[in-house]
Design a protein around this ligand. Sequence first.
Ligand SMILES: Cc1cc2nc3c(=O)[nH]c(=O)nc-3n(C[C@H](O)[C@H](O)[C@H](O)COP(=O)(O)OP(=O)(O)OC[C@H]3O[C@@H](n4cnc5c(N)ncnc54)[C@H](O)[C@@H]3O)c2cc1C
Length: 400
Amino acid sequence: MSHGHVVVIGGGGTGAAIVHDLVLRGFTATLVERGELTSGTTGRHHGQLHSGARYAVGDREIARECMDEVRTLQRIAPEALEMNYGLFIALTDEDVAFAPTFVEACEESTIPTREIPVEQALRMEPNVNPAIKKAVQVPDGTIDAWRLPLHFFATAKHNGADIRTFTEVVEILSAGSAVTGVRVRDLATDREYEIKADMVVSATGAWAEKVARLGGIHIPVTPGPGTMVAVRKRLNNMVISHLHPAGDGDIVVPQRGLSIIGSTQWKTDDPDTVEVPKADIDYLVKRASDLIPVFSETPIHAAWSASRPLAGASSNVEDGRKMSRDFIAIDHGTSDNLKGLISIIGGKATVLRAMGEKTVDMICSLFGVEEPCQTAETPLLPHRAFYNSRLAVRPQEVSL
Ligand SMILES: Cc1cc2nc3c(=O)[nH]c(=O)nc-3n(C[C@H](O)[C@H](O)[C@H](O)COP(=O)(O)OP(=O)(O)OC[C@H]3O[C@@H](n4cnc5c(N)ncnc54)[C@H](O)[C@@H]3O)c2cc1C
């Protein structure tokens, strides 16, 4: 018997992980996405599988969580990852002086590091700036931004989740101080209809504030877009990062036959009207060329922007149940006296499964249900099972 019906708004990586976890724990789940799956930030991110090394100096907890999730994703969704490692390179004496702090922070965050002699690093990555002074290898990698969430969607669908694309939530319905469901518009037919629910979860990332307003509440979240530039050649095999405190334009990620530099970051009012500033493209190409000189001579394939939700310093957000320093879930029953609505904000594609786990833990606690999370141990179905359920056989189960 189902514990209740939960509607998840948003078909990015976070919604994917939540809907998968919900059905595994015995809930009935419907996910609605106004566009194609991953058409928000998830389909536009940099594609780095974060070992956490980038965050270790600033926040050991976030770094350790990234490393844990890399290990978990390797078990449950290996087909969506390229475990090509990462190389942090020092370009200046200041970078060299920063290296011991970096290595120590990684070790304290359970992230293995290995210093590679400069000559060997240049043999491994011949396009890297020959003037590098130090190189440290870490277990970063590359994510297939489409396949990883699709593994979760495929498994959720196979287990009974109802996934509706091109379905936009236009109102969050309530009676008194409790949410009763959502009103949606089918964008293919323009027909509006209601979906009744015992609980609604907004996994709408940079759109979280817009969606909260559909329920008559305000959450202080500002969309924070960033630009990335891809050139038409795979110039590096490992993720190349500048060995210095994390900043703009300091990572080049190899993604299939492309190399992608990212990113910048600014603030906007509306994630639907984000542009790709020419100045950002020029800046990023210049920064990429500091790491990989040939980057600036390689034809540009594309430049695009994607938005993060930047949490504001409101007491409502701070009072919500904080789940990690990197992402928060807000129980609007507590913060806004609107029971049955949760917003999940922040995080990274790398930690999508952990975000799903913490959100469904919160849902279970609000329903008074005791069902342990199984997603870290449950291998996901191949992404292709989303299109054809007859392909719902895990690669591990096929014997030749
Ligand atoms: C520039 C940049 C680079 C990044 N690089 C990396 C990286 O290399 N590695 C990494 O791990 N993470 C990276 N991230 C972070 C990562 O992209 C995000 O954390 C993640 O994609 C967020 O997923 P999400 O599902 O929460 O949001 P989204 O993917 O944005 O999903 C929200 C969905 O909600 C839908 N929606 C909105 N309103 C409605 C409505 N009314 N009705 C129905 N649906 C609605 C949207 O269409 C959207 O699809 C990056 C982020 C940015 C901005």
